[in-house]
Design a protein around this ligand. Structure first.
Ligand code: AMP
Length: 391
C-alpha cells in the first residue's frame, strides 16, 4: 500500500473518499468529529498542490436519486468553515454538471460530489458506477476507514482504475498502524472489554480474540446470553436464545485455552426499561423473573477495574449497560474512566463507547480511538477488509 508521502499530487485531480457520515438534526450537524478527522488528509493534499474531489455518503437514502435530507450540502458548508475556504458542491447527481465541475476544478480547489448512495449501484459495488467516478479524477485516495469493510463502488471497486495511483489517506493509515499493533504486537496483559446489546454481532471477534488476549470482559446486554448458557436465571434481560450454543462454545474455548473470561457477578436490574424504573442490585445468576439487567453492579465494576489496572493493552468496544439512561450509566462510565486513567495502550471503537469517552472528557487519554466500529471489529476478527485490500 502506498501512503500519501509516496505520491506526487501537484496539479492532480485527486478523488478522495472520506468518511463524513455525521449526525444531522434539523439541518444542523450535531457532531462534526468525522469531518474534522478528515482534515489532515485534505490539508496535506492542498499543501501538495492537488485539486480535491471528495466522495462521501450520508445516511441511508433510497438510492433512487437526489433526496434533500441526505444531501451533502450541509457537510460541504461545515467543511468550508473549518478550512476557511470554499467547498463547492456538484450541482447534480453524477451527471453533466458534476462532470463539468470536476473538469474545471483547479489546484487548491475542492469539489464535493453529492451523496454517492443516491445511486443504487454504490452499495452493490457496481463497476460501471465505480468507472464513472474514476473518470472524474486522476488519483484515488481512500481515507474512509468506517466503510472499508464494505465492497462499495467508491470504497473498493474504484481502486482498480488507478493501478499506480491509489493511496491510503492519513486517517486510514493511522487506523491500520494501530490495529496492526493491537493484532500483532500488543503488550501483555492484553484485556478486551466487549459490551453492547447483541452477542450475534460480536461472536466472531470473541472467538478470534481468544488467541490474542489474556482477559476478556463481557458486559452489556450480551452478557445475559452467556449467563443463561451457564444456567443462570436472567429474568427479562436481553437474551438471544438461538445463540446459547454459541455462547457455550465461546465459554468452552476460553476455558480450554486458559484465557480469563470475566462476566458480571452482580447486576443492576430494573422492573421496566426506563430510567425512572425501580432498581436494585442482585447476583447476575439470580435475576428475578419480572426484572431485567440494565447495568453491571458495583462488585463487577470493582472487579473489572482491577483487571483494567493490571493490563498493558486494553481494547474496548461496546457499553457495559444502558448508558444512555443516567441511572444505568455507572458501569460504562466507571470502567471507561479507569481505562482513561490507566497507562496502558488503550484502543476504543464503536459509536457508543466513543460517546461514553466523550461524555467523560477522557478522549485525549485514550491512545487510539477508532473511527469505525464495524470496520474495527472485522479487522480484529482477522477478516480482509475490501477497501484496504483494494489499495
Ligand atoms: P451495540 O450496538 O451492540 O454495541 O449495542 C449498544 C447498545 O446496547 C446501547 O444502546 C446500550 O443501551 C445497549 N445495552 C447495553 N447494555 C444493555 C442491557 N443490559 N440491556 C439492554 N440494552 C443494553
Amino acid at each position: 500500500m502506498k501512503t500519501l508521502n509516496q505520491g506526487n499530487f501537484k496539479e492532480k485531480k485527486v478523488l478522495l473518499r472520506c468518511e463524513m457520515n455525521v449526525p444531522i438534526k434539523d439541518g444542523v450537524i450535531t457532531d462534526d468529529t468525522r469531518i474534522r478527522e478528515s482534515l489532515p488528509t485534505i490539508n496535506y493534499l492542498l499543501e501538495n498542490g492537488a485539486a480535491i474531489i471528495i466522495m462521501a455518503h450520508l445516511g441511508r437514502p433510497e438510492g433512487t436519486g437526489y433526496e434533500e435530507a441526505f444531501s451533502l450540502k450541509p457537510v460541504a458548508a461545515h467543511l468550508s468553515k473549518l478550512l476557511g475556504k470554499p467547498v463547492a458542491v456538484a450541482g447534480d447527481v453524477f451527471k453533466e454538471k458534476t462532470e463539468e465541475a470536476a473538469k474545471a476544478l483547479k489546484a487548491g480547489e475542492i469539489l464535493m460530489l453529492e451523496n454517492v448512495r443516491f445511486v443504487k449501484g454504490e452499495t452493490k459495488g457496481d463497476e460501471a458506477f465505480a468507472k464513472y467516478l474514476a473518470s472524474l479524477g486522476e488519483v484515488y485516495v481512500n481515507d474512509a476507514f468506517g466503510t472499508t469493510h464494505r465492497a462499495h463502488s467508491s470504497t473498493a471497486v474504484i481502486a482498480q482504475f488507478f493501478p499506480n495511483d491509489k493511496y491510503v489517506g492519513k486517517l486510514l493509515e493511522h487506523e491500520i498502524v494501530n490495529l496492526e499493533k493491537l493484532v500483532k504486537t500488543p503488550e501483555h496483559p492484553f484485556t478486551a472489554i466487549i459490551g453492547g446489546a447483541k452477542v450475534s454481532s460480536k461472536i466472531d471477534v470473541l472467538k478470534n480474540l481468544v488467541d490474542k488476549v489474556d482477559n476478556l470482559i463481557i458486559g452489556g446486554g450480551m452478557a445475559y446470553t452467556f449467563i443463561k448458557a451457564l444456567g443462570g436465571q436472567i429474568g427479562k434481560s436481553l437474551c438471544e436464545d438461538d445463540k446459547l450454543d454459541l455462547a457455550k462454545e465461546i465459554l468452552a474455548i476460553y476455558k480450554e485455552k486458559g484465557v480469563q473470561l470475566a462476566l458480571p457477578v452482580d447486576t443492576l436490574v430494573a422492573d421496566a426499561f426506563d430510567n425512572n424504573a425501580n432498581r436494585k442490585v442482585v447476583p447476575t445468576m439470580e435475576i428475578p423473573a419480572e426484572w431485567e439487567g440494565m447495568d453491571i453492579g458495583p462488585k463487577s465494576i470493582d472487579a473489572f477495574k482491577d483487571i483494567v489496572r493490571s493490563s498493558k493493552t486494553i481494547l474496548w468496544n461496546g457499553p457495559l449497560g444502558v448508558f444512555e439512561m443516567d441511572n444505568f450509566a455507572a458501569g460504562t462510565l466507571e470502567v471507561g474512566k479507569c481505562v482513561g486513567e490507566s497507562n496502558a495502550f488503550s484502543a476504543v471503537g464503536g459509536g457508543d463507547s466513543i460517546a461514553a469517552v466523550n461524555k467523560l472528557g477522557i478522549a485525549s487519554k485514550i491512545s487510539y480511538i477508532s473511527t469505525g466500529g464495524g470496520a474495527m471489529i472485522e479487522y480484529l476478527e482477522g477478516k480482509t477488509l475490501p477497501g484496504i485490500a483494494a489499495l
